[in-house]
Write a new protein. Structure first.
Length: 114
């Protein structure tokens, strides 16, 4: 059974930084593209960034230049470095495989104050 455990969220002021981590177990981590997703109150879950098994990264427009996704296959971990945070980045952040997605973890809460 695949397990996803996200951590690293918190409360920061606008302009601050956070580094999110997601430890993956129960699957061959290195063979899957992984993604970070977020869900703000009242909104649907949306993709933020993805990284292929080979390390190629993709970012949605609002994350480009501010966020960096990376992975450590030896540690079965995917990271999201978030800089220049804005209040609109406030959400619960989740990781998951790009495809096929598995059961979602509990996520990690990110709150950005103005």
């Amino acid at each position: 059974q695949v397990q996803l455990v996200e951590s690293g969220g918190g409360l920061v002021q606008a302009g601050g930084s956070l580094r999110l981590s997601c430890v993956v177990s129960g699957t061959i981590f290195s063979g899957h593209a992984m993604g970070w997703y977020r869900q703000a109150p009242g909104n649907q879950r949306e993709v933020v960034a993805t990284i292929s098994s080979g390390g190629n990264a993709y970012y949605v427009d609002h994350a480009l230049g501010r966020f960096t996704i990376s992975r450590d296959n030896a540690k079965n971990t995917v990271y999201l470095q978030m800089n220049s945070l804005k209040p609109e980045d406030t959400a619960v952040y989740y990781c998951n495989r790009v495809s096929p997605q598995t059961n979602w973890g509990q996520g990690t809460q990110v709150a950005v104050s103005s």
